[in-house]
Write a protein that binds this ligand. Structure first.
Ligand code: HDD
Length: 717
């Protein structure tokens, strides 16, 4: 394995010390180029074949100014390797970020499943999780309006179990044969190759408006669920109905939910757009910082368990992946927790090469006949050979099981594990090698199936609007406004009027006010008729509060980040009280100052800054505090970045704490005459404590109509 030079040696020194030592060790070549030669601290650089290298700055040439020579094997090998560094990105979910951790089982679930992972209370199973966006390519930005992948690999004692889910519990389509179509439609259009990582274009809405089964998912994707504040604050779902199978071969249907311990939270769309410019890596940086600072994110695995009788009585077909089972009808039961506590050592080796496959299930977990799931079970293996280039995907450490395994598959590209000895088949007469086990082996649940061989969609899949409506009416007023604003924004980017109209005609089957609001904001002169529906929309489904983010917020500031705008002379007592209170709350903060060097506080102490004002816009924080001094305010009040810092925090409905000296900045940002319960003066340590208490509400959504965050968000009656 290649060793990084002097990794340990430099880890012991500070970065500045290490840099100084390395500077001393530099030697100039004849052309002025710098060489770093090996010494006792740093091993000799070698080729991949292990040969020591003399000079890594100059290729071999004939004379100092002459042509290069073909026999320069070091140059050839280095460039050859570099030229092949990239592997194909995932066709979907290309942009992602992963972390290691573990799953801990609360109690035995032996009554429901023989899966080894669920047999013993307190059992810890190693896990790797990769979060992702769907549409964008690998280098796209984190805060696209998009579904988030939530893929969990559990290295159980009986093989790897992959729960390859999303942060949305339903899907766009009912049959896997439509997957290439939905994905083609959302990706950049094939002739222009744009837009990147955006669904706001004709092809996507054309396909969607011709696919009524996607309407429920569209409500989710146009809601704040599609612009999460952090991976840490979003739910995950297995989406499909699966089966648990116990030792008596009895099956129970199950739906998987991951619930974040820190509650749900999303950002505003106007904010998302600005975050993408200010920090395109916002989500990955958030996960990195949380884990590196020891604030390990955690989710509970919750199950919805039900039998055939429930399935028969439920309003919708439990095999239809465009439907969910409301938690108010079938409560979720927590059965364990997932903790992420370690970042990968190397992004490529682990996060890029991890290969999730829905068909990876251990004994005791089984599939239902959901046609989307069945199609997925076929697809994922293909994609891995395309990406990773070999059938030996499981030879890569991140994909290898952590339990003992033995089989007779052999050879192929990059085979790292090869059979030892004579036996590479079975049955054999040599008394060696692994054998089948009817007792321990995976037995597929013996469901009885029958029917004609045909390309059929069941009638029980035909209701496309009722749960879309149920989702919409389950949202708070602010969240409903965000949905209508998102639809208006997206459809405003669609250039073909008939597609806009077709979409609004679907909305009429979901909610009339929603449809009218979107149609009016798009400038329709007359409203289209409701779309022709295979089944009428049910009006009797009750709202499900579990579907709202705001209703399921954290009610505390833990895990969130405060931005503190400070200048020289910042009041030390208040600043210290604020930062101490945040640490107690397990929240973090950044100091934003006119210069990155930092500021001198009122007591003469030096306070290091994390950002300069231009580099730390308020969209990067969950709430802000304005702590300029009376002398310092003049320096910043004329700065556009300082004004935007405050104006954006206000229009994104954030809490703003301020010192008296900040008043000119509030005036400049146009909010001095508009102060509400979320703009809070901080003059004493007592005020600091009260402010921290308020922060748990996260946003003052009641402010939104006054700031007109989006013109499209006000309903039209
Ligand atoms: Fe998929 C990747 C989730 C339907 C085919 N999918 C992929 C990833 C996630 C999901 C989270 C990224 C895994 C990672 O981080 O590496 N996919 C879903 C969900 C679906 C879904 C929740 C519906 C409920 N997918 C789906 C269908 C098909 C695929 C219907 C094809 C028939 N998905 C793939 C794939 C990918 C993939 C092409 C691309 C990269 C990969 O598999 O590893 O095979």
């Amino acid at each position: 394995m290649a060793k990084r030079t002097s990794k340990n040696a430099s880890a012991a020194k500070s970065n500045a010390e290490a840099a100084a030592i390395h500077d001393q060790k530099m030697q100039r070549g004849e052309g002025g180029e710098l060489h770093q030669f090996a010494d006792a601290d740093s091993p000799v650089l070698t080729t991949a074949q292990g040969g020591p290298v003399t000079d890594d700055q100059n290729s071999l040439r004939l004379g100092a100014r002459g042509p290069l020579l073909v026999e320069d094997f070091h140059f050839r090998e280095k460039i050859f390797h570099f030229d092949h560094e990239r592997i194909p990105e995932r066709v979907v979910h290309a942009r992602g970020y992963g972390a290691h951790g573990y799953f801990e089982t609360y109690n035995s679930l032996a009554a429901y499943t023989k899966a080894d992972i669920f047999q013993r209370a307190g059992e810890k199973t190693p896990a790797f999780v990769r979060f992702s966006t769907v549409a964008g390519s690998k280098g796209s930005f984190d805060l696209a309006r998009d579904v988030r992948g939530f893929a969990v690999k559990l290295y159980t004692r009986e093989g790897n179990w992959d729960i390859v889910g999303n942060n949305i519990p339903v899907f766009f389509i009912q049959d896997a044969i439509k997957f290439p179509d939905i994905i083609h439609s959302v990706k950049p259009e094939p002739d222009s190759a744009f837009p990147q990582a955006q669904s706001a274009h004709d092809n996507f809405w054309d396909f969607i408006s011709l696919t009524p089964e996607s309407m429920h998912m569209i409500m989710w994707v146009m809601s704040d669920r599609a612009i999460p504040r952090s991976f840490r604050f979003m739910e995950g779902f297995g989406v499909h109905t699966f089966r648990l199978v116990n030792a008596k071969d009895e099956s129970t249907f199950v739906k998987f939910h991951w619930k974040p311990k820190l509650g749900l939270q999303s950002v505003a769309w106007n904010e998302a757009v600005k975050i993408n410019g200010a920090d395109p890596d916002y989500h990955r940086r958030d996960l990195w910082e949380a884990i590196k600072s020891g604030n390990f994110p955690e989710w509970e695995l919750c199950l919805q368990l039900f039998d055939q009788d429930f399935a028969d009585k439920f309003d919708f077909d439990i095999l239809d992946p465009t439907k969910l089972i409301p938690e108010e009808i079938l409560p979720v039961q927590p059965v364990g927790r997932l903790v992420l506590d370690r970042m990968p050592d190397n992004f490529f080796a682990e996060t890029e090469q991890v290969a999730f496959m829905t068909q990876n299930v251990p004994p005791g977990i089984d599939f239902s006949n959901d046609p989307l799931l069945q199609g997925r079970n076929f697809s994922y293996l293909d994609t891995q050979i395309k990406r990773l280039g070999s059938t030996n995907v499981t030879h890569i450490p991140i994909n290898a099981p952590k339990c003992p395994f033995q089989h007779f598959q052999q050879d192929g590209h990059m085979a790292m594990r090869n059979p030892v000895g004579r036996v590479n088949y079975q049955p054999n007469s040599w008394g060696e090698g692994p054998r089948e086990s009817p007792t321990q082996g995976f037995r597929h649940f013996a469901s009885e199936e029958q029917g004609p061989k045909a390309r059929l969609r069941p009638e029980s899949f035909a209701d496309h609007y009722s749960q879309a409506r149920q989702f919409y009416i389950s949202q708070t007023v602010a969240e409903q406004h965000h949905i209508s604003a998102a639809l208006t924004f997206e459809l405003s980017k669609v250039k073909t009027p008939v597609i806009r109209e077709r979409m609004v005609s679907h909305l009429f089957n979901i909610d009339e006010t929603l449809a009218t609001t979107v149609g009016t904001r798009l400038g329709f002169k007359t409203m289209p008729k409701p779309a022709d529906a295979a089944m009428p929309t049910r009006q009797d489904l009750e709202p499900s509060p579990a579907l709202s983010i705001v209703e399921n917020g954290p009610k505390r500031f833990e895990g969130r980040k405060l931005g503190i705008l400070a200048t020289d002379g910042v009041e030390a007592v208040l600043l210290n009280a604020l930062t101490a209170a945040l640490t107690k709350e397990k929240a973090t903060f950044e100091i934003i100052a006119p210069k990155i060097g930092g500021v001198t506080a009122s007591d003469g102490h030096w306070v290091e800054a994390h950002q300069m004002i231009d580099g730390g816009p308020s969209v990067l924080y969950d709430a802000v505090v304005l702590f300029p001094s009376a002398d310092g305010i003049d320096d910043i009040v004329q700065e556009a970045a300082a004004r935007d810092f405050v104006a954006d925090a206000f229009s994104h409905c954030k809490f703003i704490g301020y010192s008296e000296a900040a008043t000119p900045l509030l005036e400049k940002a146009g909010i001095a005459g508009n102060i509400d319960g979320g703009v809070i003066r901080i003059a004493s340590v007592k005020d600091v404590r009260a402010f921290i208490g308020d922060l748990g509400k996260l946003r003052i959504w009641a402010r939104e109509p006054s700031v007109k965050l989006s013109k499209a968000s006000t309903p039209v009656k």
